[in-house]
Ligand binder design. Structure first.
Ligand SMILES: Cc1cc2nc3c(=O)[nH]c(=O)nc-3n(C[C@H](O)[C@H](O)[C@H](O)COP(=O)(O)OP(=O)(O)OC[C@H]3O[C@@H](n4cnc5c(N)ncnc54)[C@H](O)[C@@H]3O)c2cc1C
Length: 504
Protein backbone atom coordinates (compact mmCIF):
# COMPACT_ATOMS: atom_id res chain seq x y z
CA UNK A 1 0.00 0.00 0.00
CA UNK A 2 1.43 3.43 -0.91
CA UNK A 3 0.79 6.77 0.79
CA UNK A 4 -1.90 8.93 -0.75
CA UNK A 5 -0.59 11.93 -2.65
CA UNK A 6 -2.87 14.93 -3.13
CA UNK A 7 -2.39 17.54 -5.81
CA UNK A 8 -4.10 20.85 -5.11
CA UNK A 9 -6.84 21.66 -5.90
CA UNK A 10 -8.00 18.09 -5.39
CA UNK A 11 -10.79 18.26 -7.96
CA UNK A 12 -11.89 15.47 -10.30
CA UNK A 13 -9.02 16.18 -12.73
CA UNK A 14 -6.31 16.04 -10.11
CA UNK A 15 -7.93 12.95 -8.61
CA UNK A 16 -7.70 11.31 -12.05
CA UNK A 17 -4.08 12.45 -12.31
CA UNK A 18 -3.23 10.89 -8.94
CA UNK A 19 -5.21 7.72 -9.71
CA UNK A 20 -3.06 7.28 -12.81
CA UNK A 21 0.31 8.61 -11.68
CA UNK A 22 0.38 7.36 -8.09
CA UNK A 23 -2.64 5.18 -7.32
CA UNK A 24 -3.25 5.24 -3.56
CA UNK A 25 -4.21 1.56 -3.55
CA UNK A 26 -1.12 0.45 -5.50
CA UNK A 27 0.40 -2.83 -4.32
CA UNK A 28 4.13 -2.99 -4.89
CA UNK A 29 5.21 -6.31 -6.41
CA UNK A 30 7.52 -8.80 -4.72
CA UNK A 31 10.88 -8.90 -6.52
CA UNK A 32 11.65 -12.20 -8.10
CA UNK A 33 15.31 -12.43 -9.07
CA UNK A 34 17.77 -9.94 -10.47
CA UNK A 35 16.63 -7.16 -12.78
CA UNK A 36 18.39 -6.40 -16.06
CA UNK A 37 17.60 -2.74 -15.45
CA UNK A 38 16.53 -0.86 -12.34
CA UNK A 39 15.18 2.60 -13.14
CA UNK A 40 15.01 5.13 -10.31
CA UNK A 41 12.63 7.97 -11.13
CA UNK A 42 9.54 7.75 -13.33
CA UNK A 43 9.84 11.05 -15.23
CA UNK A 44 10.66 11.58 -18.91
CA UNK A 45 14.05 9.86 -18.75
CA UNK A 46 13.03 7.01 -16.44
CA UNK A 47 9.88 6.13 -18.37
CA UNK A 48 11.66 6.04 -21.72
CA UNK A 49 14.36 3.81 -20.20
CA UNK A 50 11.85 1.49 -18.50
CA UNK A 51 9.47 1.16 -21.45
CA UNK A 52 12.32 0.80 -23.93
CA UNK A 53 14.04 -1.91 -21.89
CA UNK A 54 10.79 -3.81 -21.23
CA UNK A 55 9.96 -3.61 -24.94
CA UNK A 56 13.28 -5.32 -25.69
CA UNK A 57 12.40 -8.15 -23.30
CA UNK A 58 14.48 -7.02 -20.30
CA UNK A 59 13.34 -7.62 -16.73
CA UNK A 60 12.75 -4.10 -15.48
CA UNK A 61 12.02 -2.48 -12.12
CA UNK A 62 10.85 1.14 -11.95
CA UNK A 63 10.84 3.10 -8.68
CA UNK A 64 8.93 6.37 -8.37
CA UNK A 65 8.46 8.22 -5.12
CA UNK A 66 5.96 10.87 -6.20
CA UNK A 67 3.97 11.14 -9.44
CA UNK A 68 4.77 9.13 -12.56
CA UNK A 69 5.40 11.47 -15.48
CA UNK A 70 7.76 13.59 -13.37
CA UNK A 71 8.10 17.32 -13.85
CA UNK A 72 7.16 17.34 -17.51
CA UNK A 73 3.67 15.97 -16.99
CA UNK A 74 2.93 17.31 -13.55
CA UNK A 75 4.69 20.65 -13.06
CA UNK A 76 6.54 21.45 -16.25
CA UNK A 77 6.01 21.17 -20.01
CA UNK A 78 2.41 19.96 -20.03
CA UNK A 79 0.77 22.41 -17.62
CA UNK A 80 2.94 25.32 -18.81
CA UNK A 81 2.13 24.75 -22.47
CA UNK A 82 -1.56 24.30 -21.68
CA UNK A 83 -1.81 27.69 -19.99
CA UNK A 84 0.41 29.31 -22.64
CA UNK A 85 -2.16 28.25 -25.23
CA UNK A 86 -4.76 30.33 -23.42
CA UNK A 87 -2.26 33.18 -23.15
CA UNK A 88 -1.62 33.03 -26.89
CA UNK A 89 -5.34 33.40 -27.56
CA UNK A 90 -5.35 36.53 -25.41
CA UNK A 91 -2.38 37.86 -27.39
CA UNK A 92 -4.36 37.36 -30.61
CA UNK A 93 -7.45 39.01 -29.17
CA UNK A 94 -5.38 42.03 -28.12
CA UNK A 95 -4.13 42.33 -31.71
CA UNK A 96 -7.60 41.93 -33.15
CA UNK A 97 -7.92 45.61 -34.13
CA UNK A 98 -4.64 45.40 -36.09
CA UNK A 99 -6.12 42.49 -38.00
CA UNK A 100 -9.28 44.43 -38.81
CA UNK A 101 -11.47 42.82 -36.22
CA UNK A 102 -13.65 44.79 -33.86
CA UNK A 103 -14.66 43.08 -30.68
CA UNK A 104 -17.95 44.42 -29.42
CA UNK A 105 -18.37 43.84 -25.73
CA UNK A 106 -15.98 42.76 -23.04
CA UNK A 107 -13.26 40.18 -23.37
CA UNK A 108 -12.25 38.81 -20.01
CA UNK A 109 -10.01 36.05 -18.78
CA UNK A 110 -11.52 33.43 -16.51
CA UNK A 111 -8.32 32.38 -14.75
CA UNK A 112 -10.04 29.57 -12.85
CA UNK A 113 -11.28 28.17 -16.17
CA UNK A 114 -7.81 28.47 -17.75
CA UNK A 115 -6.33 26.48 -14.88
CA UNK A 116 -9.15 23.94 -14.93
CA UNK A 117 -8.57 23.39 -18.65
CA UNK A 118 -4.89 22.78 -17.88
CA UNK A 119 -5.76 20.27 -15.14
CA UNK A 120 -8.18 18.45 -17.44
CA UNK A 121 -5.59 18.15 -20.22
CA UNK A 122 -2.91 17.03 -17.76
CA UNK A 123 -5.25 14.38 -16.34
CA UNK A 124 -6.08 13.16 -19.87
CA UNK A 125 -2.39 12.86 -20.74
CA UNK A 126 -1.66 11.08 -17.46
CA UNK A 127 -3.29 7.86 -18.75
CA UNK A 128 -0.22 7.53 -20.95
CA UNK A 129 2.02 7.66 -17.87
CA UNK A 130 -0.23 5.56 -15.67
CA UNK A 131 0.91 2.93 -13.22
CA UNK A 132 -1.47 0.41 -14.80
CA UNK A 133 0.06 0.97 -18.25
CA UNK A 134 3.55 0.17 -17.00
CA UNK A 135 2.31 -2.90 -15.15
CA UNK A 136 0.63 -4.05 -18.38
CA UNK A 137 3.94 -3.56 -20.19
CA UNK A 138 5.50 -6.07 -17.80
CA UNK A 139 7.42 -3.56 -15.70
CA UNK A 140 7.65 -4.12 -11.93
CA UNK A 141 6.57 -0.72 -10.63
CA UNK A 142 7.45 0.20 -7.06
CA UNK A 143 5.89 3.37 -5.68
CA UNK A 144 7.92 4.63 -2.76
CA UNK A 145 11.02 6.39 -1.58
CA UNK A 146 14.00 4.06 -1.76
CA UNK A 147 17.77 4.06 -1.36
CA UNK A 148 20.81 2.09 -2.45
CA UNK A 149 21.89 -0.66 -0.09
CA UNK A 150 25.03 -1.56 -2.02
CA UNK A 151 26.65 -1.43 -5.44
CA UNK A 152 23.96 -3.64 -6.99
CA UNK A 153 21.05 -3.45 -4.57
CA UNK A 154 18.27 -0.89 -4.00
CA UNK A 155 15.74 -1.01 -1.17
CA UNK A 156 12.20 0.27 -1.39
CA UNK A 157 9.14 -0.45 0.74
CA UNK A 158 11.05 -3.15 2.64
CA UNK A 159 11.96 -4.97 -0.56
CA UNK A 160 15.50 -5.51 -1.86
CA UNK A 161 15.85 -5.10 -5.60
CA UNK A 162 19.03 -6.51 -7.07
CA UNK A 163 20.13 -5.40 -10.52
CA UNK A 164 22.75 -5.89 -13.20
CA UNK A 165 22.42 -2.29 -14.40
CA UNK A 166 20.63 0.72 -13.01
CA UNK A 167 19.84 4.22 -14.15
CA UNK A 168 19.36 7.19 -11.86
CA UNK A 169 16.72 9.42 -13.43
CA UNK A 170 15.47 11.36 -10.43
CA UNK A 171 15.28 14.73 -12.18
CA UNK A 172 15.57 18.14 -10.64
CA UNK A 173 13.56 20.67 -8.69
CA UNK A 174 13.50 24.45 -8.42
CA UNK A 175 16.68 25.83 -6.91
CA UNK A 176 16.44 28.32 -4.07
CA UNK A 177 18.65 31.36 -3.50
CA UNK A 178 19.58 32.89 -0.18
CA UNK A 179 17.69 36.21 -0.36
CA UNK A 180 17.12 37.50 3.19
CA UNK A 181 13.45 37.11 4.13
CA UNK A 182 12.48 35.00 1.10
CA UNK A 183 11.68 31.80 3.02
CA UNK A 184 9.84 33.66 5.81
CA UNK A 185 7.81 35.67 3.30
CA UNK A 186 6.90 32.62 1.26
CA UNK A 187 7.06 31.99 -2.45
CA UNK A 188 5.98 29.52 -5.09
CA UNK A 189 7.99 27.54 -7.63
CA UNK A 190 7.00 25.64 -10.77
CA UNK A 191 5.03 23.27 -8.53
CA UNK A 192 2.90 25.84 -6.73
CA UNK A 193 2.25 27.94 -9.80
CA UNK A 194 0.12 25.22 -11.38
CA UNK A 195 -1.88 24.82 -8.18
CA UNK A 196 -3.12 28.41 -8.28
CA UNK A 197 -6.86 28.92 -8.69
CA UNK A 198 -6.85 32.68 -8.20
CA UNK A 199 -4.83 35.09 -10.26
CA UNK A 200 -2.27 37.03 -8.23
CA UNK A 201 -2.88 40.67 -9.03
CA UNK A 202 0.81 41.45 -8.77
CA UNK A 203 3.33 38.72 -9.54
CA UNK A 204 7.07 39.09 -9.00
CA UNK A 205 9.18 36.56 -10.88
CA UNK A 206 12.79 36.08 -9.84
CA UNK A 207 14.68 34.65 -12.81
CA UNK A 208 14.39 35.57 -16.49
CA UNK A 209 15.21 32.09 -17.78
CA UNK A 210 12.84 30.02 -19.91
CA UNK A 211 10.44 29.22 -17.05
CA UNK A 212 10.44 32.81 -15.75
CA UNK A 213 9.75 34.28 -19.19
CA UNK A 214 7.03 31.81 -20.15
CA UNK A 215 5.18 32.32 -16.88
CA UNK A 216 5.70 36.09 -17.03
CA UNK A 217 3.99 36.33 -20.39
CA UNK A 218 1.19 33.94 -19.46
CA UNK A 219 0.35 35.70 -16.20
CA UNK A 220 0.71 39.18 -17.70
CA UNK A 221 -1.77 38.22 -20.42
CA UNK A 222 -4.12 36.76 -17.81
CA UNK A 223 -4.11 40.17 -16.12
CA UNK A 224 -1.39 40.06 -13.44
CA UNK A 225 0.94 43.00 -13.11
CA UNK A 226 4.22 41.14 -13.65
CA UNK A 227 7.73 42.23 -12.67
CA UNK A 228 10.74 40.11 -13.63
CA UNK A 229 14.11 40.33 -11.89
CA UNK A 230 17.41 38.85 -12.97
CA UNK A 231 20.95 39.40 -11.85
CA UNK A 232 22.20 38.91 -15.45
CA UNK A 233 21.50 40.86 -18.64
CA UNK A 234 20.32 37.62 -20.26
CA UNK A 235 16.77 36.49 -21.05
CA UNK A 236 15.61 32.97 -21.88
CA UNK A 237 19.17 31.80 -22.41
CA UNK A 238 19.76 34.50 -25.06
CA UNK A 239 22.79 36.79 -25.22
CA UNK A 240 22.32 37.99 -28.79
CA UNK A 241 21.58 41.77 -28.49
CA UNK A 242 19.15 41.83 -31.40
CA UNK A 243 17.28 38.79 -30.06
CA UNK A 244 17.22 40.22 -26.55
CA UNK A 245 15.81 43.52 -27.78
CA UNK A 246 13.13 41.73 -29.80
CA UNK A 247 12.01 39.47 -26.96
CA UNK A 248 12.13 42.26 -24.45
CA UNK A 249 10.00 44.51 -26.67
CA UNK A 250 7.47 41.70 -27.20
CA UNK A 251 7.19 41.05 -23.46
CA UNK A 252 7.10 44.72 -22.57
CA UNK A 253 4.19 45.05 -24.99
CA UNK A 254 2.42 42.69 -22.58
CA UNK A 255 3.15 45.26 -19.81
CA UNK A 256 5.84 43.17 -18.12
CA UNK A 257 8.34 45.26 -16.17
CA UNK A 258 11.94 44.01 -16.34
CA UNK A 259 14.75 44.69 -13.90
CA UNK A 260 17.69 42.90 -15.49
CA UNK A 261 21.13 43.22 -13.88
CA UNK A 262 19.37 43.87 -10.58
CA UNK A 263 20.36 42.58 -7.17
CA UNK A 264 17.58 41.50 -4.82
CA UNK A 265 18.48 42.72 -1.32
CA UNK A 266 15.62 41.50 0.86
CA UNK A 267 12.05 40.38 0.82
CA UNK A 268 9.55 41.16 3.58
CA UNK A 269 5.91 40.53 4.25
CA UNK A 270 3.76 43.43 5.30
CA UNK A 271 0.23 42.18 5.95
CA UNK A 272 -0.63 40.15 2.87
CA UNK A 273 1.82 42.00 0.64
CA UNK A 274 5.31 40.87 -0.29
CA UNK A 275 7.85 43.63 -0.72
CA UNK A 276 10.97 43.04 -2.78
CA UNK A 277 13.81 45.49 -2.19
CA UNK A 278 16.53 45.52 -4.84
CA UNK A 279 19.22 47.61 -6.43
CA UNK A 280 19.07 48.47 -10.08
CA UNK A 281 21.38 50.82 -11.98
CA UNK A 282 22.89 51.97 -8.68
CA UNK A 283 19.56 52.82 -7.07
CA UNK A 284 17.68 51.08 -4.30
CA UNK A 285 14.08 50.36 -5.30
CA UNK A 286 11.17 48.22 -4.15
CA UNK A 287 8.28 46.41 -5.77
CA UNK A 288 5.18 45.13 -3.99
CA UNK A 289 3.71 41.80 -5.05
CA UNK A 290 0.97 39.44 -3.98
CA UNK A 291 2.95 36.38 -5.01
CA UNK A 292 6.58 35.60 -5.78
CA UNK A 293 7.56 32.94 -8.30
CA UNK A 294 11.11 31.72 -7.92
CA UNK A 295 12.60 30.50 -11.22
CA UNK A 296 16.34 30.78 -10.78
CA UNK A 297 17.43 27.41 -12.10
CA UNK A 298 17.26 23.79 -11.09
CA UNK A 299 18.76 21.60 -8.41
CA UNK A 300 19.37 17.85 -8.88
CA UNK A 301 17.31 15.34 -6.85
CA UNK A 302 20.04 13.26 -5.24
CA UNK A 303 19.19 13.41 -1.55
CA UNK A 304 18.22 10.28 0.34
CA UNK A 305 19.41 7.84 -2.34
CA UNK A 306 22.43 6.75 -0.29
CA UNK A 307 24.61 7.10 -3.39
CA UNK A 308 27.78 6.50 -1.36
CA UNK A 309 26.66 2.90 -0.74
CA UNK A 310 26.54 2.41 -4.51
CA UNK A 311 29.85 4.16 -5.16
CA UNK A 312 28.14 6.92 -7.16
CA UNK A 313 29.85 10.27 -6.98
CA UNK A 314 27.76 13.38 -6.87
CA UNK A 315 28.52 17.05 -7.48
CA UNK A 316 26.46 20.23 -7.16
CA UNK A 317 25.21 19.60 -10.68
CA UNK A 318 23.98 16.06 -9.96
CA UNK A 319 25.32 12.58 -10.44
CA UNK A 320 28.72 12.66 -12.08
CA UNK A 321 28.65 10.85 -15.43
CA UNK A 322 31.14 10.25 -18.21
CA UNK A 323 30.35 10.82 -21.88
CA UNK A 324 28.69 7.40 -22.03
CA UNK A 325 26.49 8.44 -19.11
CA UNK A 326 28.08 5.97 -16.70
CA UNK A 327 28.41 7.14 -13.11
CA UNK A 328 31.47 6.32 -11.03
CA UNK A 329 29.85 2.91 -10.54
CA UNK A 330 30.14 1.58 -14.13
CA UNK A 331 26.93 -0.45 -13.76
CA UNK A 332 24.91 2.58 -12.78
CA UNK A 333 24.03 5.27 -15.30
CA UNK A 334 22.55 8.74 -15.09
CA UNK A 335 19.92 10.19 -17.44
CA UNK A 336 17.87 13.37 -17.66
CA UNK A 337 18.03 16.47 -15.48
CA UNK A 338 19.89 14.75 -12.62
CA UNK A 339 22.88 14.01 -14.82
CA UNK A 340 23.14 16.47 -17.71
CA UNK A 341 23.21 20.23 -18.20
CA UNK A 342 20.69 20.41 -21.06
CA UNK A 343 17.57 20.04 -18.93
CA UNK A 344 14.76 19.37 -21.38
CA UNK A 345 12.30 16.55 -21.85
CA UNK A 346 13.71 15.70 -25.26
CA UNK A 347 17.22 15.39 -23.82
CA UNK A 348 15.89 13.28 -20.95
CA UNK A 349 14.45 11.03 -23.66
CA UNK A 350 17.66 11.05 -25.74
CA UNK A 351 19.88 10.27 -22.75
CA UNK A 352 17.59 7.41 -21.71
CA UNK A 353 18.03 5.94 -25.19
CA UNK A 354 21.82 6.23 -24.85
CA UNK A 355 21.62 4.41 -21.51
CA UNK A 356 19.51 1.62 -23.00
CA UNK A 357 22.09 0.96 -25.70
CA UNK A 358 25.15 1.36 -23.50
CA UNK A 359 23.83 -0.49 -20.44
CA UNK A 360 21.98 -3.35 -22.08
CA UNK A 361 23.83 -3.86 -25.35
CA UNK A 362 27.40 -2.76 -24.63
CA UNK A 363 26.81 0.27 -26.86
CA UNK A 364 29.33 3.11 -27.17
CA UNK A 365 26.87 5.99 -27.57
CA UNK A 366 28.08 9.38 -26.36
CA UNK A 367 26.21 12.31 -24.85
CA UNK A 368 28.55 14.74 -26.61
CA UNK A 369 27.31 13.47 -30.00
CA UNK A 370 23.78 14.74 -29.36
CA UNK A 371 22.58 17.76 -31.30
CA UNK A 372 20.20 19.39 -28.87
CA UNK A 373 17.66 21.99 -29.94
CA UNK A 374 15.64 23.96 -27.41
CA UNK A 375 12.71 26.33 -27.43
CA UNK A 376 11.38 28.96 -25.06
CA UNK A 377 7.64 29.06 -25.68
CA UNK A 378 7.08 32.77 -25.39
CA UNK A 379 5.20 34.61 -28.12
CA UNK A 380 7.30 34.91 -30.30
CA UNK A 381 9.21 31.73 -29.49
CA UNK A 382 12.98 31.54 -29.09
CA UNK A 383 14.47 28.39 -30.62
CA UNK A 384 18.08 27.44 -30.89
CA UNK A 385 20.27 24.51 -31.91
CA UNK A 386 24.01 23.90 -31.93
CA UNK A 387 26.42 26.69 -31.15
CA UNK A 388 25.76 30.40 -30.97
CA UNK A 389 28.10 32.38 -33.20
CA UNK A 390 29.95 33.78 -30.19
CA UNK A 391 30.39 30.29 -28.72
CA UNK A 392 31.99 29.03 -31.92
CA UNK A 393 34.30 32.07 -31.97
CA UNK A 394 35.22 31.44 -28.31
CA UNK A 395 36.20 27.91 -29.37
CA UNK A 396 38.46 29.30 -32.07
CA UNK A 397 36.20 28.74 -35.11
CA UNK A 398 35.66 31.76 -37.35
CA UNK A 399 32.00 32.23 -38.14
CA UNK A 400 29.81 33.79 -40.82
CA UNK A 401 26.31 34.65 -39.64
CA UNK A 402 23.44 34.85 -42.13
CA UNK A 403 20.30 36.59 -40.95
CA UNK A 404 16.81 36.92 -42.41
CA UNK A 405 13.98 38.80 -40.72
CA UNK A 406 10.48 37.36 -40.51
CA UNK A 407 9.21 40.48 -42.29
CA UNK A 408 11.31 39.49 -45.32
CA UNK A 409 9.02 36.49 -45.82
CA UNK A 410 5.62 37.08 -47.35
CA UNK A 411 4.03 34.98 -44.63
CA UNK A 412 5.65 37.12 -41.97
CA UNK A 413 4.04 40.14 -43.62
CA UNK A 414 0.60 38.59 -44.12
CA UNK A 415 0.67 37.56 -40.45
CA UNK A 416 2.18 40.90 -39.27
CA UNK A 417 4.82 39.07 -37.27
CA UNK A 418 8.35 39.90 -36.18
CA UNK A 419 11.46 37.85 -35.61
CA UNK A 420 14.50 36.50 -37.40
CA UNK A 421 16.53 33.45 -38.27
CA UNK A 422 20.29 33.52 -37.79
CA UNK A 423 22.31 30.65 -39.12
CA UNK A 424 25.94 30.41 -38.04
CA UNK A 425 28.30 28.68 -40.47
CA UNK A 426 32.00 27.95 -40.46
CA UNK A 427 33.58 30.94 -42.21
CA UNK A 428 33.97 30.45 -45.94
CA UNK A 429 31.88 27.25 -45.97
CA UNK A 430 28.22 26.25 -45.80
CA UNK A 431 28.75 23.99 -42.76
CA UNK A 432 26.08 24.83 -40.20
CA UNK A 433 27.38 25.28 -36.65
CA UNK A 434 24.11 26.44 -35.13
CA UNK A 435 21.04 28.56 -35.56
CA UNK A 436 18.75 30.83 -33.58
CA UNK A 437 15.20 31.52 -34.68
CA UNK A 438 12.86 33.98 -33.04
CA UNK A 439 9.41 33.69 -34.52
CA UNK A 440 5.95 32.68 -33.52
CA UNK A 441 6.56 29.09 -34.64
CA UNK A 442 10.32 29.00 -34.12
CA UNK A 443 10.07 25.74 -32.16
CA UNK A 444 8.52 24.04 -35.18
CA UNK A 445 11.13 25.44 -37.56
CA UNK A 446 14.30 24.62 -35.64
CA UNK A 447 14.00 20.89 -36.40
CA UNK A 448 14.89 21.53 -40.05
CA UNK A 449 18.24 22.94 -38.96
CA UNK A 450 18.69 20.16 -36.41
CA UNK A 451 18.19 17.58 -39.15
CA UNK A 452 20.60 19.45 -41.42
CA UNK A 453 23.30 19.47 -38.72
CA UNK A 454 22.69 15.78 -37.95
CA UNK A 455 22.89 14.83 -41.61
CA UNK A 456 25.89 17.05 -42.28
CA UNK A 457 23.78 18.98 -44.77
CA UNK A 458 24.93 22.53 -45.43
CA UNK A 459 23.24 25.74 -46.51
CA UNK A 460 23.77 24.77 -50.14
CA UNK A 461 21.20 21.96 -49.79
CA UNK A 462 18.85 24.09 -47.70
CA UNK A 463 18.86 26.74 -50.40
CA UNK A 464 17.84 24.10 -52.96
CA UNK A 465 15.14 22.64 -50.72
CA UNK A 466 11.66 23.64 -51.86
CA UNK A 467 9.67 25.16 -49.02
CA UNK A 468 5.92 25.57 -49.41
CA UNK A 469 4.91 29.15 -50.18
CA UNK A 470 3.94 31.10 -48.15
CA UNK A 471 5.26 29.65 -44.90
CA UNK A 472 7.41 31.26 -42.26
CA UNK A 473 9.79 28.32 -42.67
CA UNK A 474 10.83 29.95 -45.95
CA UNK A 475 12.95 32.09 -43.68
CA UNK A 476 15.40 29.16 -43.58
CA UNK A 477 15.60 28.93 -47.37
CA UNK A 478 16.01 32.70 -47.65
CA UNK A 479 18.85 32.60 -45.12
CA UNK A 480 20.48 29.81 -47.10
CA UNK A 481 19.98 31.91 -50.28
CA UNK A 482 21.84 34.76 -48.57
CA UNK A 483 24.79 32.40 -48.15
CA UNK A 484 24.43 31.32 -51.78
CA UNK A 485 24.76 34.90 -52.95
CA UNK A 486 28.16 35.17 -51.27
CA UNK A 487 29.40 32.63 -53.79
CA UNK A 488 28.87 35.21 -56.52
CA UNK A 489 32.37 36.66 -56.21
CA UNK A 490 33.38 39.54 -58.57
CA UNK A 491 35.27 37.07 -60.76
CA UNK A 492 32.29 34.71 -61.05
CA UNK A 493 29.99 37.70 -61.68
CA UNK A 494 32.29 38.89 -64.48
CA UNK A 495 32.29 35.42 -66.08
CA UNK A 496 28.47 35.25 -65.87
CA UNK A 497 28.27 38.68 -67.44
CA UNK A 498 30.49 37.66 -70.34
CA UNK A 499 28.59 34.42 -70.90
CA UNK A 500 25.21 36.15 -70.87
CA UNK A 501 26.26 38.93 -73.26
CA UNK A 502 27.67 36.29 -75.65
CA UNK A 503 24.31 34.45 -75.48
CA UNK A 504 22.24 37.59 -76.24
C1 LIG B 1 7.79 24.94 -15.68
C2 LIG B 1 8.63 24.03 -16.54
C3 LIG B 1 8.39 23.99 -17.90
C4 LIG B 1 9.14 23.16 -18.70
N1 LIG B 1 8.90 23.14 -20.03
C5 LIG B 1 9.61 22.34 -20.84
C6 LIG B 1 9.34 22.28 -22.21
O1 LIG B 1 8.45 22.96 -22.71
N2 LIG B 1 10.10 21.46 -22.98
C7 LIG B 1 11.10 20.70 -22.45
O2 LIG B 1 11.75 19.98 -23.19
N3 LIG B 1 11.37 20.72 -21.14
C8 LIG B 1 10.65 21.52 -20.32
N4 LIG B 1 10.91 21.53 -18.98
C9 LIG B 1 11.99 20.67 -18.46
C10 LIG B 1 11.51 19.23 -18.32
O3 LIG B 1 10.34 19.18 -17.53
C11 LIG B 1 12.61 18.40 -17.66
O4 LIG B 1 13.81 18.59 -18.36
C12 LIG B 1 12.25 16.92 -17.69
O5 LIG B 1 11.07 16.70 -16.96
C13 LIG B 1 13.41 16.11 -17.08
O6 LIG B 1 13.05 14.78 -17.04
P1 LIG B 1 13.72 13.81 -15.97
O7 LIG B 1 13.17 12.45 -16.24
O8 LIG B 1 15.15 14.00 -15.94
O9 LIG B 1 13.18 14.35 -14.57
P2 LIG B 1 11.71 14.46 -14.00
O10 LIG B 1 10.71 14.59 -15.07
O11 LIG B 1 11.73 15.50 -12.98
O12 LIG B 1 11.46 13.05 -13.33
C14 LIG B 1 12.18 12.62 -12.21
C15 LIG B 1 11.30 11.70 -11.41
O13 LIG B 1 12.08 11.10 -10.39
C16 LIG B 1 11.32 11.05 -9.20
N5 LIG B 1 12.23 10.94 -8.07
C17 LIG B 1 13.00 11.91 -7.53
N6 LIG B 1 13.72 11.41 -6.50
C18 LIG B 1 13.38 10.10 -6.39
C19 LIG B 1 13.78 9.05 -5.52
N7 LIG B 1 14.65 9.26 -4.55
N8 LIG B 1 13.22 7.84 -5.69
C20 LIG B 1 12.33 7.63 -6.67
N9 LIG B 1 11.90 8.58 -7.53
C21 LIG B 1 12.43 9.80 -7.39
C22 LIG B 1 10.53 12.34 -9.24
O14 LIG B 1 9.40 12.27 -8.40
C23 LIG B 1 10.16 12.44 -10.71
O15 LIG B 1 8.94 11.79 -10.99
C24 LIG B 1 10.16 22.34 -18.14
C25 LIG B 1 10.38 22.36 -16.77
C26 LIG B 1 9.63 23.19 -15.97
C27 LIG B 1 9.88 23.19 -14.50
Amino acid sequence: MTTEIKVAPYDQHNQTLVKNAHPPDWQNPQPNGRYNLLVIGGGSAGLVAAVGAAGLGAKVALVEKHLLGGDCLNAGCVPSKAILRSAKAIGDIRRAADLGITINGDVSVDFAAVMERMRRIRADISYHDSAQRFKDLGIDLYLGDGHFAGAACFEVDGRSLTFSKAVIATGSRAAAIPIPGLTETGYITNEGVFELTQLPQRLAIIGAGPIGLEMAQAFARFGSQVTVFDILPVMGGLRDPEGLALIRAALEADDIQFYLESQTQKIERVGVEKIITFTHQGQSKSVTADEILLAVGRRPNVEGLNLEAAGVEVSKKGVVVNDRLQTTNPNIYGAGDVAIPAQFTHTADATARIVLQNALFMGRKKYSDLIIPWTVYTDPEIAHVGLFGYEAEERGTSVDTFTTHVQETDRGRTDSEEGFAKIYVKKGSDKILGATIIARHAGEMISEITTAIMAGTGLSTLSQTIHPYPTQAEIIKKTADAWNRTRLTPTVAKLFDKWLSWRR
